[in-house]
Structure formats: C-alpha cells, structure tokens
Design a protein around this ligand. Structure first.
Ligand code: GUN
Length: 311
C-alpha cells in the first residue's frame, strides 16, 4: 500500500514558512511582497482560482492587488496595465489568469510581464532559463510536484521519469525540472505509442492530461512515485466527484507513493505561487532567497532546507 502524499498538509506547511519569512522581512525592512492578479472576463472557474490566490496572499501577510477587468477589455488596455504594474515597486509578482478571451493574444500578454515579476514562470525568458539550466522563475504546478517528489524520494538522480502530457503549463516544465534533477525523462502525449510500456518502466510517473482515471493500476511499476496533476469532474453513483488522471483506488495498492485528488497537487500550486512571489521580492531587494529553488528541497514537515544541486 502506497504512502499517500498529503499535498494539503505540505502546502499548509509551506504557507506557514512563507508567512514567517514575510513577517521577518517586514520587521527588518519595513516592506512586504505584493502580488497582482489580473482576471479578464467572468469565467466562473477562473474567478474561484483568482479569489483563492488573493485570499491566500493576504493570509501569509503579503499585499494583494486585484484587477478584475471586463470581458471586452482590449489587448492594448491590458498591456498598458501590465506596463504600469511592471513599473510599480510595491508589486513583486504579476499573475494574468489564463485562459484569456480569444481577442487577446495570451503569448504577447505573458511576454509583456517583467520576467522578474513573472511568478507563473510562463514568460519566454523564464522558459529559456529553465531549459538551459539557469536560475528561473519556475512554473507553480510542476514546482509543487518537484517539492513533493524531493520530499518523498530525496535524490531523483538516475530515476526513470515519465511525464504524460506536454502542456506549456505543466508537462514541458515538469520534464525540464526532472531532467535538471538528473532523471532520465520521457514525455508521452496523445500520439505516443505503447503508453502502457512507458508507464511500466517509470520510477516516477507524473500525469497531467485531464482524462479521468486513464492510467490503470496494472500499468504502474510496483513502488513507483505517482504524481497525479489531473482534476476531473465526473458523475458517479449519482454524485459529482473529483478524480485524477490515475485510477487512485487501485493504483495506491501498487505505487510506493501517490498524490490523491483532491488534496494532492492542487493545494501546492497556490502555495508555490506565494513562494515564487516571496522569491521575486527577495531577488528584487537583493535579499537572500528563501530557498534556492534553482534546485532545493522543501521538506513536508515544514522545514525548509537548502539542498545542494548535484553537479
Ligand atoms: N490557468 C490555469 N492554470 C493557471 C496557472 O497556473 N496560472 C495562470 N495564470 N492561469 C492558469
């Protein structure tokens, strides 16, 4: 029976750590990190996410600046707002909630964010820095996955890692981070042949495709660490339920460790957004970073430790 990786508890520990760091910084420097969130339009799911991000920002003692723009906002207006936020030194992190309405070019908008304030890690400069093994702002969801993997496994060196899904938000940066941690990395996607065989070889399996319970237990290597990024709403027994991309009920009997849905990766994403905001603040202020997430470890019991990046 697998260890169930408790992302909710892990995220809570990480937030406590951030809260304490913010309090110390405030006392010492009289300043606090600020995060701006921008939502364009009224997509209900995005509204929930942004509200939650803003709430948790204030809960850890940071300043939250919320911009809710109507769906008809032009690209030009959004770019003007970003230019203002880039120049505002009370704001250390900027997050534009995706997806954006169709008339706005998301790539152009993301690349208009000052890369030092790009707490999502989506700016092309941060993507390039990560890909070339340099210090970057790391995308929140894969960063949370890495923290949990590190916490559970310690060193990931030499492990066979399979990432299922190749999105810019999760799959691709996840693969880069695993590679930077010396894994042998495979990325699978909709055209991959023999997916079951790839899964069977994986010591680390990260699934981020958005297809309910598509990975059955029979494919999973006994003892593997399984990180399930999917959050799918399904109807079962007349009830709406949230399930991941992995068949959790059977997979937990085979895996060595597994994240549940809900309560696994999900809570870590926002905690990592706060972590990135704190990191952005420290870099701007020339303060020591909370932890060098170039590659370091956050332990699940609330202790944050430097871990030397293996050369
Ligand atoms: N929409 C879905 N996930 C994300 C995310 O991680 N960041 C932003 N900005 N938008 C999203």
């Amino acid at each position: 029976m697998a260890t169930i990786i408790d992302g909710k508890a892990f995220a809570s520990n990480l937030r406590q750590f951030i809260h304490a760091q913010v309090a110390q910084i405030k006392e010492k420097h009289g300043k606090i990190p600020g995060l701006a969130t921008i939502l364009v339009g009224e997509d209900p799911a995005s509204q929930v996410y942004v509200r939650s991000k803003a709430k948790q920002t204030t809960e850890v003692g940071m300043a939250s600046f919320k911009y809710a723009l109507d769906a008809g906002t032009s690209e030009k207006e959004l770019l003007k707002l970003l230019a203002d936020l880039n120049a505002n030194d009370e704001i250390h992190g900027i997050l534009v909630q995706l997806p954006l309405p169709r008339h706005i070019n998301a790539e152009k908008v993301i690349n208009a964010i000052d890369p030092r304030k790009d707490v999502d890690g989506f700016h092309v400069s941060n993507v390039g820095l990560l890909g070339s093994g340099q210090k970057a702002m790391l995308p929140c969801t894969p960063l949370g996955c890495m923290m949990m993997l590190r916490d559970h496994l310690g060193s990931l060196r030499g492990k066979n890692a399979l990432v299922v899904g190749r999105s810019n938000i999760v799959g691709k940066p996840m693969a880069q981070m695993l590679l930077a941690d010396d894994c042998t990395v495979t990325i699978a996607h909709r055209y991959t042949e023999g997916l079951a065989d790839h899964v069977k070889r994986a010591d680390i399996l990260v699934v981020a495709v958005g297809r309910p319970e598509m990975i059955p237990a029979e494919w999973i290597k006994p003892g593997a660490a399984v990180i399930d990024v999917g959050i799918n709403r399904i109807e079962r027994g007349g009830q709406i339920r949230l399930v991941g991309d992995v068949d959790f009920a059977s997979a937990k009997e085979v895996a060595g460790a597994i994240t549940p849905v809900p309560g696994g990766v999900g809570p870590m994403t926002i905690a990592c957004l706060l972590f990135n905001t704190l990191t952005a603040f420290c870099r701007t202020m020339g303060l020591p970073e909370p932890v060098d997430m170039g590659f370091s470890l956050v332990e699940g019991v609330g202790i944050v430790q430097e871990l030397k990046r293996a050369s």
